[in-house]
Write a new protein. Structure first.
Length: 207
C-alpha cells in the first residue's frame, strides 16, 4: 500500500535527486531492449577486474518493481502517492532529526557505451559543473553481478539546503540504471553507503 506522503511535504530534496540522477546518462527514455532477455554486464567488466559482490545484508523494506528488475527499499521507506513519473522507482524515508527526507530513485536511459573509467570522469565533470562540491569517485561495487561506478557529492538546493548524494550506475542490456540516494548533510559517508549498499544488495533482475 502506498503512503499518503506528498512530495510537496517532502520538498526540494526529493525532487532535486531526479535532476541529479541523469549525470552519467542521456535524458531518460523508454527502454527498447527485450526485457525478457537476461541482463548482461558491460563487456568492459571481466572476471579479473570486476569488484567483489556486496556482503551487506539486503534491505528488507517495501519491494520496488522497476523495468526489468526489483529492489527493496530500506525498512520504513515508502512510495509517495504522487511519486515523480520520471523515476522508474522512487521511495522516501520519514524526516530525520534535521527534518530532511532521505530518498532513492532509479532512472533508466540507453547506455552510450562508455567504460567505467569514462563514466567516472564524465560524472565528476558534470557534477562539478552544476555546483556540486566534495565530489569523490568511490570504490565500484557489483550489483546483481554487474559492475557499478559510484560517485559521492555534496549539493545545495535552491533554497540553501545542503545534502549528499550517492550515485551508482549499473549498465546491463544496453541500458544505464542510475540509482541516486539523497541524504542529510549530517549523515556520515559510512552510514550513507551502508544504506545504499543494503538496497543495492537486494537488486534482482526479473523478466
Amino acid at each position: 500500500m502506498r503512503a499518503r506522503t506528498s512530495l510537496a511535504a517532502v520538498g526540494v530534496a526529493a525532487a532535486l535527486t531526479l535532476t541529479l540522477a541523469g549525470c552519467f546518462t542521456p535524458s531518460p527514455a523508454s527502454p527498447t531492449t527485450d526485457e525478457s532477455a537476461p541482463p548482461s554486464a558491460d563487456d568492459s567488466a571481466t572476471d579479473e577486474s570486476a569488484p567483489p559482490a556486496l556482503t551487506v545484508d539486503p534491505a528488507t523494506g517495501e519491494l520496488l518493481t522497476g523495468t526489468g528488475y526489483s529492489v527493496n527499499a530500506p525498512e520504513g521507506w515508502t512510495v509517495p502517492s504522487d511519486a515523480p513519473t520520471q523515476a522508474d522507482v522512487f521511495a522516501v524515508a520519514s524526516p530525520d532529526a534535521d527534518g530532511f527526507y532521505n530518498t532513492v530513485n532509479v532512472l533508466i536511459a540507453p547506455t552510450i557505451g562508455d567504460s567505467a573509467e569514462t563514466e567516472e570522469i564524465r560524472g565528476v565533470a558534470y557534477l562539478e559543473s552544476t555546483g556540486a562540491t566534495d565530489v569523490q569517485v568511490r570504490p565500484r561495487v557489483a550489483v546483481a553481478g554487474v559492475e557499478s561506478v559510484h560517485i559521492s557529492a555534496k549539493r545545495t538546493s535552491s533554497n540553501g539546503v545542503a545534502f549528499w548524494t550517492e550515485q551508482y550506475v549499473v549498465t546491463a542490456n544496453d541500458l544505464d540504471y542510475t540509482v541516486t540516494f539523497a541524504f542529510s548533510e549530517t549523515t556520515p559517508q559510512e552510514d550513507r553507503e551502508a544504506v545504499a549498499e543494503s538496497v543495492l544488495a537486494s537488486w534482482a533482475w526479473v523478466a
